[in-house]
Ligand binder design. Structure first.
Ligand SMILES: NC(=O)c1ccc[n+]([C@@H]2O[C@H](COP(=O)([O-])OP(=O)(O)OC[C@H]3O[C@@H](n4cnc5c(N)ncnc54)[C@H](OP(=O)(O)O)[C@@H]3O)[C@@H](O)[C@H]2O)c1
Length: 337
């Protein structure tokens, strides 16, 4: 592709020369498998459709555990997406071009977005997003920090506020408080005036406290049920035994939201609890609201590691440990001056 582009450039007056199709660097998936199936390649640049789609120059792309699940084929039987495909739901970048129905954005705007999992495409120099997926990038963040926000912050917001309706004075137990979702969940819950109990391993106890947790529990040393009592809301991002043991620490009428499993209906009924599993969705209004809280310094963004786009494989290996502190972000291009 590069070779043909070069020919067109040195022979501009030859009428038969086809204009070179614009390409971009991307991490491309041609098959399901381990991190080694993530290939750094040149691919055609996507074009914005007229119907409310934006094209943007991606500066940074967040990496989420779900990216690894898709890569490994965990959802293969339910997926309609064909290979080759580009993963990546979290992006921060600059709008390059807009479709004819776009009214909220124009070329040059700094944006961040949660691209729906059916479309994705964030591990690339250019990606597409709809108006409901994108919001103005928080001004106080650089692009790497901004790319760490959308999926996990919206997940925490939709779990605590939209689903569990967490309110001031309530007690919330946040499992996995040091991870992508958890770091936002602690801060969102504190912002609502809740009392926050959060769990993480020994190395992350300091982080839980810095983010505002009232009580930090080291799950490697202490059973959370020995400390957490009369909890109104549980946010579960761990599942299995952690979910099963959580019912017992809750107040009657309390709400448990799981990101990874379906709460047991029989347990809920027996104990007079409510519960739901959540599948977070893009929401530009909520993303804008989260952006305002970030710019007001009410929410901090924790990025523990960055990798160049070409090293997405290493980023996936880290995320697969299940012990990421804050977020991992791919740097796709230099921050604009
Ligand atoms: N349903 C949805 O819409 C949705 C959306 C986003 C995420 N998720 C899922 O939610 C989970 C968390 O996502 P994430 O992005 O926050 O992941 P992450 O960034 O990898 O964070 C995972 C965190 O869990 C902590 N952890 C591991 N084992 C634990 C245990 N037994 N008890 C308490 N904490 C434990 C780790 O802390 P230590 O390192 O200190 O152990 C780590 O900070 C993933 O499975 C993800 O797929 C679902």
């Amino acid at each position: 592709m590069k070779f043909l582009a070069g020919i067109a450039a040195i022979l501009p007056s030859v009428s038969l020369a086809q204009p070179a199709k614009p390409t971009m660097k991307a991490i491309v998936l041609h098959e399901y498998g381990g991190p080694e199936v993530l290939k750094y390649e040149d691919v055609p640049r996507p074009k914005p459709k007229e119907d409310q789609i934006l094209a943007r120059r991606v500066i940074a792309a967040g990496v989420n555990p779900v990216d690894g699940m898709i890569r490994s084929g965990m959802f293969a039987k339910d997926e309609k997406t064909a290979f080759p495909r580009i993963l990546g739901a979290d992006i921060a970048g600059v709008v390059e071009k807009t479709g004819s129905k776009i009214t909220k954005f124009k070329a040059g705007d700094a944006v961040y977005a949660y691209i729906s999992l059916d479309n994705e495409g964030g591990y690339a120099e250019y990606a597409l997003a709809t108006e409901n997926e994108a919001s103005p990038k928080p001004k106080s963040l650089d692009y790497v920090e901004a790319a760490a926000v959308p999926v996990v912050a919206l997940t925490a917001w939709q779990a605590l506020i939209d689903t569990a309706k967490l309110s001031a004075g309530e007690t919330v137990l946040i499992h996995g408080g040091s991870g992508g979702v958890g770091t936002f969940a602690i801060q969102i819950a504190k912002g609502r005036g809740a009392k926050v109990i959060a769990t993480a391993s020994t190395a992350n106890q300091d982080l839980l406290k810095q983010l505002g947790a009232d009580v930090a529990i080291d799950y490697t040393k202490t059973k959370f049920e020995d400390i957490a009592k009369d909890v109104d809301v549980v946010l579960d991002s761990v599942g299995k035994d952690t979910l099963a043991r959580s019912y017992g620490v809750m107040k009657k009428g309390g709400f448990i939201v799981s990101l990874v499993a379906r709460p047991d209906q029989a347990e809920l009924a027996k104990r007079g609890l409510r519960g739901a599993s959540l599948s977070a969705e893009p929401n530009s209004n909520e993303l804008a609201e989260i952006g305002n809280l970030i710019d007001e310094k009410k929410i901090r963004v924790i990025v523990s590691q960055t990798f160049p786009l070409s090293e997405a494989r290493k980023a996936h290996e880290q995320v697969a440990t299940g012990h990421t502190r804050g977020k991992i972000v791919l740097k796709v291009a230099d921050e604009p001056k």
